[in-house]
Design a protein around this ligand. Sequence first.
Ligand SMILES: [Zn+2]
Length: 466
Amino acid sequence: MTIRYRFLIALFALLLLFTGFAIAQSGSSPKLDQSQLDIPTTIPAAAQASDHFDVDAATEAYLAEMPASARSRSDAYFEGTYWLILWDFLYGVVVALLLLNLRWSASMRDLAERITRFRWLQTFVYWIEYLVLTTILTAPIAIYEGYIREHQYGLANQTFGPWLGEQFKDLAVNAVLGGALVVVLFAIVRKLPRTWWIWGAVVSMIFLVFAVMIGPVYLQPIFNKITRLDDPKITEPILSMARANGIPAHDVYEIDASKQTTRMSANVSGFGKTMRITLNDNLLRRGSPEEIEAVMGHEMGHYVLNHIAKDMLFLLIVAVCFFGFLKWSLDWSLARWGAKWQIRGIGDPAVLPLVVLLASVFFFVFTPIQNTQTRTGEAEADMFGLNASRQPDGFARAALHLGEYRKMRPGPVEEFIFFDHPSGYNRIHRAMQWKKENMSLFMPADHSTEPSGNSSTPSNPQPSAK
Ligand SMILES: [Zn+2]
């Protein structure tokens, strides 16, 4: 045992040393020149309105606006995340196996039992011990992924101190919300030994809805400042578009995402009364008005097409499948190794590393399905956004900006497995297709052209609910 401990400590010290070295490196490396990523706001010649508008040529013209250096950097960044999915998975598996095989998990449970005699409190104490220990063990990969790598690719704005501070805030949120969920789930497992997996799925979903609902009002403000946007030049076209699409919005929100990242984005968050549309300040600062309108149209698509509610329904089905898998696989593995790991049964909190291990196997295999579900919704929101904003060029430019951190032109299999949004190429291509089919909107008034109906691809610009 002692040899194994010594080996582990040495390995961990080595990892920390490597991390410290890499942080020092990333701090001294020259900062990326943000201006070189800025995309010209003029419409490229081949994408300008004309009688002989060619969708492919227009798409290529937009793609050519991205400097080759920026393109290869974003390809490398995005392809790196494919490997990170695998490394994260393997790293998590090793940590879970260590906690089980070295019986650290059983020791943490014993400690919790010595601290309090209330069962629910024992579960909560175990959760805190588990969270702290796994946070320390996974720190090297978390720091590399969340801090060092983001700086290497010029996507982060935060120095190490504030970044670390946010990790602690994150830990505190996990301790409270995660703790509440874990306590409730273990109580269900003990009370309903045969049907716990169904009730577990239902309760997890209720927790998720609750977290999504309080998110924009109570969770996001822990990390960022969210303000009402009050520049009518920006809000008026957005609110007008909202009214035209039956969205009862009176406000648009801005989030100071530039505190952490250079990424441009916007989102629809919340559930029920807390649902809202938020733009980040990078989009406001770097996006043209057409681009902002195009992005807002996309976000409104999520709202009008009820994507949050549909995602929840999808996740409920996934949760039932997952908990069913969990019941079967826990029974199977505890029958084999339960005694060795000193785990008394499924109702014993010491089983948690095994649950996390099985969950990571399930969700690792599930990655392409989850990505495809999300990407399908995103493609719907894209079409809705084009119809609502009528800004195909603004949308194409937004796709180029998003190309700073997403590969622009993946292969079809690559896009299917790894992309949770349509690729930049596909987004621009669809925008240019839309432009061709609505060419009369973009032609000078004296030059009337029928919207072309003879296009080779099916023309159905109307968004349709799933
Ligand atoms: Zn979206």
